[in-house]
Design a protein around this ligand. Structure first.
Ligand code: NAD
Length: 278
């Protein structure tokens, strides 16, 4: 079976349409002269329109100083007309990661990356603000009613934005997750034994579909653009008709689509959290 992102994303958006969606605004720190960031911005605009939310773009070029960046951030943190804040990385100005992860208002942290929100993920079962891609991977599996309890899960990649929160989300669902990384020795064995594999390594070909055991499920978070301009994931499909033998999310059309819907979900969530603290 193919895990099609559009079905899960449509479900998330239609649930949001029952909520109060008035006056939502997402502020985005947007790197100038960056083709990839340009296309991410267009995608954000397209998705925000689905819930009638506005976008406020803060252009960042190499002339912006760290002080200017943080002054802008402080203004947005305090501005009650701004619901959520995202920083499109990498920025042309070098921002120390620790500063970034402490200084975004945690109740406007649409990406769930601040120490406050990461701490909450790891010290509780609270799932109010989870990094969009990690949350999207779980939502996609849940949409297709994949069982987690007691399953052997392999998460490949340990970034704080995808692999680590995903590990905790599997744990919250009583799965038994393992995390593989660059220092892992027996990756092929681990892949072969897993009931669910979440690939978030950003390494094309780290998994071949033939290595996945019969009936297992794969969410592929990786995004790569080939020389011919084709968008592909981390997993190489090296046998025909794999969708009859295993379950997997295609790239494009899998996790990425749900990630955009989770951005909308988290924006609405930010407003709820702000209202609770008023
Ligand atoms: P990252 O580079 O921060 O982290 C990658 C992780 O994978 C690291 O922990 C590293 O140890 C591990 N890894 C890399 N190569 C490995 C190998 N050969 N063996 C074992 N472990 C290995 O990347 P990230 O920000 O987590 O993003 C991962 C991928 O997901 C990228 O391709 C990125 O473009 C994509 N991404 C997709 C979405 C989406 O919406 N689908 C969103 C964000 C990122």
């Amino acid at each position: 079976m193919l895990f099609k992102g559009k079905e899960a994303a449509d479900g998330i958006v239609s649930e949001l349409l029952n909520e109060d969606l008035s006056n939502l605004t997402l502020a985005v720190f947007h790197p100038l002269n960056d083709g990839a960031a340009e296309s991410y911005l267009k995608t954000k605009e397209k998705w925000l329109k689905k819930i009638n939310a506005k976008i406020e773009v803060v252009p960042v070029d190499e002339k912006m100083t760290q002080d200017e960046f943080f002054r802008n951030l402080e203004i947005l943190n305090k501005d009650t007309s701004i619901t959520g804040i995202m920083v499109e990385l990498p920025l042309p100005v070098k921002i120390p990661e620790k500063e970034l992860l402490t200084r975004i208002n945690p109740f406007k942290d649409v990406d769930g990356i601040t120490y406050f929100n990461q701490g909450r993920i790891f010290t509780s079962r609270n799932e109010e603000l989870i990094p969009c891609t990690a949350a999207a991977s779980i939502k996609l599996l849940e949409h297709y009613r994949i069982d987690f309890a007691g399953k052997n899960v392999l998460v490949i990649g340990r970034s704080y934005i995808v692999g680590l929160p995903l590990f905790k989300l599997f744990l919250n669902r009583n799965a038994t997750p393992a995390v593989a990384h660059r220092g892992t020795c027996n990756l092929q064995n681990m892949i072969h034994n897993a009931d669910i594999v979440a690939i978030c390594a950003g390494t094309r070909g780290i998994v071949k579909s033939s290595e996945i055991k019969d009936g297992a499920s794969v969410v592929d978070v990786g995004i790569h653009v080939t020389g011919e301009g084709k968008v592909v994931g981390d997993m190489i499909i090296d046998q025909e008709n794999e969708e009859n033998r295993i379950n997997y999310s295609p790239v494009p059309g899998g996790v990425g689509t749900v990630t955009n819907a989770m951005m909308l979900h988290n924006l609405v969530q930010c407003r709820k959290l702000q209202n609770q603290t008023d």
